[in-house]
Design a protein around this ligand. Structure first.
Ligand code: ZN
Length: 286
């Protein structure tokens, strides 16, 4: 297992982690400048942040700083009506920014994200998702942009993602890409999968060719909001080094991407303080 204690070469910042400072939006270009200032080598930006900063402007800043993209957030939402067009746009943006993969949050019951679920057929939603991924995979192969299905914690099944375990995500990968070409794999976010008794087994099943991304934060006790009360690594109950060890035993050698949505804590602080804390915790507890 790689030693992270001496430097932060393998730290990536998911830009949602610092999307606000003191409660106000922090622009993407300023975030990228700050990451470069802190010697951070990789980021994973969100589409809305890129849209606000401008795609060309973002690409230019990323190149100027020599930053890599540990992923691009995000495609998916296959159960929503405009999914196909949005996902093709997301793919093209990921290519333009030279991301290592496009992360997929697959969607839940149609309309549920807006408080108006159109039905209760979760199994049907999972079929729609599978078909949507199959179609997108063709476009992704043409562009040589790997897809990474991110299973979300079951608490998100209705609104955001009806793929809730690594096992489910890998079942889809196996069905769509039996040769394990690397065109489709998974994003393992410890916040979503740490509780799963099959986690180690499924990471082993995935293997290097399907382990596309590794996201870290922590599960606070108590958690006041499953969406926007994520903890800084080391402040909760997730055995992060153990899970990273399982990933690396399979050959995963990519970034540990810090992804913290924290409306009442980290988004209320100065961005530079948050980045400095991410670096310190990356060295000590990731
Ligand atoms: Zn994630």
């Amino acid at each position: 297992m790689r030693d992270f204690s001496q430097d932060h070469r393998w730290l990536s910042i998911n830009t949602a982690t610092v999307r606000k400072q003191h409660g106000k939006d922090w622009g993407l270009v300023e975030i990228l400048d700050a990451c470069a200032r802190h010697g951070i080598r990789a980021v994973s930006p969100w589409r809305d942040q890129v849209a606000a900063a401008g795609l060309a402007n973002t690409a230019r800043t990323i190149r100027a700083h020599g930053l890599e993209l540990s992923g691009y957030c995000r495609g998916g939402m296959f159960t929503e009506p405009n999914a196909t067009d949005e996902n093709l746009r997301a793919l093209d943006e990921a290519c333009e920014l030279n991301a290592t993969c496009l992360v997929l949050v697959v969607g839940g019951l149609p309309g549920a994200l807006y408080g108006k679920p159109q039905h209760k057929d979760l199994a049907g939603a999972r079929e729609v998702v599978r078909d949507g991924i199959a179609t997108l995979l063709e476009a992704a192969r043409q562009r040589q942009m790997p897809l990474a299905i991110e299973p979300l914690h079951p608490t998100y099944a209705a609104e955001r993602a009806c793929i809730n375990t690594l096992e489910q995500a890998l079942d889809v990968c196996d069905a769509l890409d039996p040769s394990q070409s690397g065109a489709i794999g998974v994003a393992v976010d410890v916040y979503h999968v740490w509780w799963d008794p099959k986690l180690q087994q499924q990471i082993e099943r995935a293997g290097k060719r399907r382990l596309h991304a590794f996201h870290v934060c922590d599960w606070l006790v108590p958690t006041t909001d499953p969406l926007n009360d994520r903890g800084m690594m080391g402040d909760g109950v997730i055995e992060i080094p153990k899970i990273r060890g399982w990933m690396e035993a399979q050959g995963f050698a990519g970034y540990s991407e810090v992804e913290i949505f924290s409306a009442n804590n980290w988004w209320q602080r100065a961005g530079d303080e948050v980045l400095a804390t991410c670096i310190e915790r990356h060295r000590s507890v990731v």
